[in-house]
Design a protein around this ligand. Structure first.
Ligand code: 3H9
Length: 719
């Protein structure tokens, strides 16, 4: 796990060997301890170089070992032994030096990095802090402010930037190991004490207390309830105010608390779930391992509305040529102007030239004849989409993939109007499509494994977390959103206000509560869908009472709000009042409170006090319950898929792991009991009826989430 070699007579070369990222497993730590001891003892060895196999220095502690009892030598004394030794040790950093990997490098006396290397302390993203001396050595090396930035955000820093910050001593585009070996020979005999970071004072500006206080305020505001960023600031404060040993003591204490926290478990679950969703599997037996994607060098986007523009920008950013189609010259010019501005802004951020040359804007569908893959992003209207797909089927080459960016319409119905239904697949992007990380890849009943593989791979190229889902109304994300929104409306009827509901959900960790989110998306979107489904408007069954539709409870409140011309942020009035049309500053609106009071009076509802716990339980347990149904229906392969959809597409707080993980944390019996309770109180709300899968899991003793797949009964799997 750590290879030892003696090179050029006097340099010991220690190579970490634990593919793919040389994580510091017990065996690797054992290997390092043994080889370093050997190098320090060998009189022939004058200096040491530590590097990693296969062009990767080290990805940090082995996260898979966190769930097991600790074995092997601990990191802190291992790194201390390297630093305390009397021979210079040089870290040769290729690929990445992250977390414990960078902490190991900070314990070395010198650091040489390859130009393409990345360094960072991402522990905070796993609910932890750098607890192998990172919070104490990094501030001593680069100062409090930059160390706070790196440790509290966990961001990766490219080699040149690391050089500027003083994290590395030299950057090379040659063989890093060769350069490090030469360097190691040259520094023999030079004083080592100034290179031992633990012996150095932390450089502190005179206003360090203010700096730390401001950092704490900022971190708390951004953290949305996550505890690790707060602990990171406390640990850096210790580096600024305490001697090294006492600082290390504080680092250990804080780590012990974090390590046991449910947030750390949730964030580590997310780390693995994010990677697991890439390994998709269909009930036909096709999976990511046996289905090859086809290359996409030329794509097309139909429709340059909000979604089409974002998708075009995402494709161009990935270096893919795009034909962008609109129906009229006017629409085309408008789309072209906005896309160009978006691309310029994006390029400016990255200090690059905008690749406008990659896009061909046209009103002619005939220009699609050599596109490898087309993404339709027209208005969410089935007859219109069908017409587009018919046309695509006749103008595109026979093997072109035809994708629809629908947020919930039937992919099979669209596929049925084409000559190649096996090449039709859904690609559900989230707005803004060039920013949001989630892509739902909707597998129709006739989508070929190659079509699914290509859409999944394209998503990866666009930097998305792609999740394969089955075809049903709303797919996974929007299907689960429906009970969530409905419960929020029912709570308003019963006595809550938009700000109470949003406050509870934001306190839970959502970036935005349900009503602020609806205002942002535009209230007319849902209104149109409700009209089309006969829930409101002229098609409503006249025998339905006002608060009942299609045999179940219905709240017409969102329709009333729209009828008053309140469409959300875009016209400055929705569930809240905004500073201006398109403005973002939301204030509670007395007119909404009045509307609620009149509504309750009209319908004879006596308002009652709704507390925050009820908001969280009613909204989130209803959403989770639908998640269990989705699993049983075979619309999502496993709970990880649902969780990643919610974390990356719907603002679910990552430190709570996603809805299904959260259900496990709360305890499935409790979720079941609360759903039973609310269903009894509201028997006309079918989504509160506990799902069969939830009951089966509870009956089976509430097994851990990684075994839930064994309990799925999927006679009609859609995947
Ligand atoms: C830490 O260091 C605590 C310390 O302060 C000490 C405290 C005492 N462990 O992402 P990829 C696996 S905490 C175990 O697809 P890429 C990963 O699961 C750690 N496994 O590749 C995947 O497995 P699979 C701080 C790990 O090239 C495979 O490697 N470090 C680890 O896109 C490939 O990964 C971090 O937070 C690990 N540390 O990205 C860094 N890292 O094939 C976490 C990766 O079975 N890692 N795996 O799905 C990363 O950010 C990325 O993996 C990295 C490579 C950038 C390294």
């Amino acid at each position: 796990m750590a290879r030892y070699a003696q090179v050029h007579g006097s340099v010991a070369l220690i190579t970490l060997t634990n593919p793919p990222v040389n994580a510091l497993s017990a065996a690797v730590r054992h290997g390092i301890t043994e080889t370093v001891t050997r190098a320090l003892r060998d009189p022939e060895v004058k200096s040491v170089v530590i590097c990693g196999e296969n062009g990767v220095f080290c990805g940090g502690a082995d996260i898979r070992e966190f769930a097991k009892p600790m074995g092997g030598p601990p990191l802190v004394p291992m790194i201390a032994a390297i630093e305390e030794g009397d021979k210079p040790v040089v870290a040769a950093i290729e690929g990445v030096a992250l977390g414990g990997g960078l902490e190991l490098a900070l314990g070395c006396h010198y650091r040489i990095a390859h130009t393409k290397a990345l360094v960072g302390l991402p522990e905070v993203t796993l609910g932890l802090l750098p607890a192998a001396g990172g919070t104490q050595r990094l501030p001593r090396l680069i100062g409090i402010a930059p160390a706070l930035d790196l440790i509290t955000t966990g961001r990766h820093v490219a080699a040149q930037q690391a050089l500027k910050l003083g994290i590395v001593d030299q950057v090379t585009d040659q063989s890093t190991v060769d350069v490090a070996i030469q360097f190691a020979k040259q520094v023999v005999g030079q004083p080592l004490l100034p290179r031992k970071l633990s012996t150095q004072p932390t450089p502190c500006p005179p206003d360090v207390d203010i700096l730390l206080e401001e950092a704490m305020t900022q971190v708390k505001r951004r953290a949305r309830g996550a505890i690790a960023p707060v602990a990171c600031v406390m640990a850096v404060r210790a580096a600024a105010t305490l001697p090294y040993r006492a600082g290390m003591q504080k680092e250990q204490e804080l780590m012990a608390t974090l390590f046991r926290s449910s947030q750390a478990h949730a964030l580590q679950y997310c780390f693995f779930a994010q990677r697991a969703v890439g390994r998709w599997k269909l009930s036909s037996g096709a999976h990511s391992g046996n289905s090859k994607p086809r290359p996409v060098s030329k794509a097309a986007v139909i429709g340059l509305g909000t979604m089409g523009r974002g998708i075009t920008v995402a494709l161009v950013k990935a270096g893919i040529a795009v034909v962008a189609v609109e129906t009229s010259d006017k629409q085309l010019q408008m789309g072209k102007q906005i896309v160009s501005e978006m691309l310029k802004r994006e390029a400016q951020k990255r200090n690059e030239t905008p690749r406008l040359d990659l896009i061909r804007f046209t009103t002619s569908m005939l220009e699609l004849k050599d596109s490898d893959l087309v993404i339709e992003a027209v208005f969410e209207d089935m007859p219109l989409k069908k017409q587009v797909f018919k046309e695509l089927s006749s103008v595109c080459k026979a093997d072109a993939f035809l994708c629809t960016n629908t947020s919930g319409l039937d992919v099979d119905e669209l596929a049925a109007v084409t000559k190649t239904p096996e090449l039709v697949v859904g690609m559900h992007f989230f707005a803004p499509a060039h920013v949001m990380k989630l892509l739902e890849v909707v597998c129709g009943s006739r989508s070929s494994p190659e079509a699914v593989a290509t859409a999944m791979y394209l998503g990866k190229r666009l930097g998305k977390v792609s999740v394969a889902v089955g075809n049903c109304p709303g797919f996974v994300g929007n299907r689960m959103l429906r009970p969530y929104l409905e419960e929020a409306n029912f709570l308003l009827e019963e006595g809550a206000t938009p700000e109470l509901v949003d406050g509870a959900l934001e306190e839970f960790g959502f970036a935005m509560g349900v009503f602020r989110m609806s205002d942002l998306s535009g209230l007319d979107v849902g209104w149109r869908i409700r009209k089309e489904s006969g829930l409101t408007g002229p098609d409503v069954d006249p025998s339905d009472p006002p608060r009942r539709r299609q045999g179940q409870r219905y709240s017409p409140l969102p329709d009333l709000v729209c009828e008053q011309g309140r469409l959300g942020q875009k016209n400055g009035r929705g569930w809240y009042l905004y500073d201006k049309p398109g403005g973002r500053v939301a204030t509670p609106d007395p007119k909404i409170h009045q509307l609620l009071e009149e509504y309750r009076l009209k319908h004879g509802i006596r308002p009652r006090r709704v507390d925050r716990q009820e908001v969280v339980e009613r909204c989130l347990f209803a959403l989770i319950n639908e998640g269990f149904r989705i699993l049983d229906d075979g619309i999502a392969a496993g709970p990880e898929d649902i969780d990643m959809i919610y974390v990356f597409g719907y603002g679910w707080p990552r430190h709570r792991g996603g809805p299904m993980f959260y259900a496990g944390m709360v305890g499935l019996p409790k979720v079941l009991e609360r759903l039973e309770h609310y269903w009894q109180a509201h028997p006309d709300v079918p989504h509160l009826e506990p799902s069969a899968l939830l009951r089966r899991l509870v009956d089976s003793g509430s097994p851990p989430i990684d075994t839930w797949r064994d309990f799925l009964q999927r006679p009609h799997s859609q995947l």
